[in-house]
Design a binder for this molecule. Structure first.
Ligand SMILES: [Zn+2]
Length: 383
């Protein structure tokens, strides 16, 4: 008999798929799992596929039964999807409630079309405490149609602290029989250790450029050459493939590279001018995207100049420029400290601080960090 392939719709991620398949076949799936890793690596697609198997009448994700069809349409009553949403106000206001509903419907619609489609949720900074309360109540009841309930928490690292985290912890601590809770997070460090310890963790690394190119060719109808060029810029992230369809995103990527070049060469005046430009927007989404490019480049630069692993540089189009800049910089740069600072700024932005100030402070801190503050490279973890 051929091996069952539960996750045919999930790109790459062989290790995750093999781990989940083993657990499913042995009937040893834990109550809580955490899918973590960079944006656009298929965490939601995998969670959705896993839900399909569990809510399938034949427990295979056959695609034909009512359970599979409803899960595919994201309308199965035993599939509970929780995402960060704007607050409804307290006491709840009708207008805000409608806005929340609109964000949620838009999310489901886009994910239904393609689970890899990245969805920006305007003003949706946190998973609210009342949504977690609601989830907890629904999970305490019996499944409605299937014999299991599956809860997916998207961006589970964005909880209202501390009440939200405590609610989630309670939900994980008192698992009901036949309940699976899937947490999805880009930055699991933001989750409480007590939450982390109650989940089985699956890491989603960036996808290979071949896989990303294949996706781009199929989904966007690009030629092989165009798909390859797009994939070379996307750093193994399908979300970035979607973003890069827009001219502005290409500019933002270029902007992030310019900023990093100026930082590496210590040209402060043009650097702060470039930062002012990057912050010149009303959309938080755009500043976050600028920071995410910066993270990609810092990491790749670190791999190139400190770890001496050029093969880890996924941004193939910039590689010659990277190498030139790496050769030109005589002193070592605090890449990891800088990455840490960028991560902190992303969290700050989620709490609605002034964009320009946030970016200025970020680079003031990065320029002040000395290479001696360089954290030990996580050699054991980078493989
Ligand atoms: Zn089925």
């Amino acid at each position: 008999m051929a091996a069952i392939t539960f996750f045919a719709d999930v790109l790459g991620q062989e290790a995750v798929k093999a781990g989940l398949e083993r657990a499913l076949e042995a009937g040893r799936l834990p109550h809580g799992v955490l899918f973590y890793g960079p944006k656009g690596t298929g965490k939601f697609a995998a969670a959705h596929s896993l839900a399909k198997v569990i809510l399938c009448e034949k427990k295979s994700g056959c695609g034909d039964c009512a359970g599979c069809k409803k899960t595919a349409a994201m309308s199965h009553p035993d599939l509970l999807i929780t995402i960060p949403l704007p607050s409804a106000g307290s006491p709840p206001e009708k207008k805000k409630e409608e806005a929340r509903q609109a964000v949620y419907t838009d999310f489901l619609e886009k994910k239904r079309k393609n689970p890899y489609n990245p969805v920006w949720k305007e003003n949706a900074d946190f998973i609210t405490v009342s949504d977690l309360q609601n989830l907890q109540e629904r999970l305490s009841r019996k499944p409605m149609e299937a014999d299991w309930r599956v809860a997916i928490l998207v961006e589970a690292d964005r909880l209202q602290l501390p009440q939200g985290a405590n609610k989630l912890l309670k939900t994980l601590e008192e698992p009901h029989k036949n309940t699976l809770i899937i947490l999805i997070a880009e930055r699991p460090k933001n989750l409480l250790p007590t939450i982390l310890s109650r989940t089985q963790k699956f890491f989603f690394p960036p996808l290979s450029s071949e896989r990303a190119a294949g996706f781009a060719a199929k989904e966007f109808g690009l030629s092989k050459k165009a798909a390859g060029e797009l994939a070379a810029m996307a750093s193994g992230s399908i979300a970035k493939l979607y973003f890069l369809q827009k001219e502005e995103e290409l500019e933002r990527r270029q902007q992030a590279w310019e900023v990093l070049k100026l930082t590496l060469s210590g040209q402060e005046a043009p650097l702060f001018l470039a930062l002012k430009m990057a912050a010149d927007t009303r959309k938080k989404e755009e500043v976050l995207s600028f920071l995410s490019w910066l993270e990609v480049f810092l990491w790749e630069f670190f791999c190139l100049s400190e770890l001496k692993q050029p093969e880890r540089v996924a941004s193939a189009d910039l590689r010659p420029e990277f190498e030139k800049a790496a050769l030109a910089s005589k002193t070592s740069f605090p890449y990891l400290a800088a990455l840490h600072e960028v991560g902190k700024t992303r969290v700050d932005l989620e709490r609605n601080v002034n964009f320009r100030l946030a970016l200025f402070w970020l680079f003031a801190r990065i320029l002040r960090a000395k290479p001696s503050q360089l954290l030990k490279p996580p050699i054991t973890q980078v493989r």
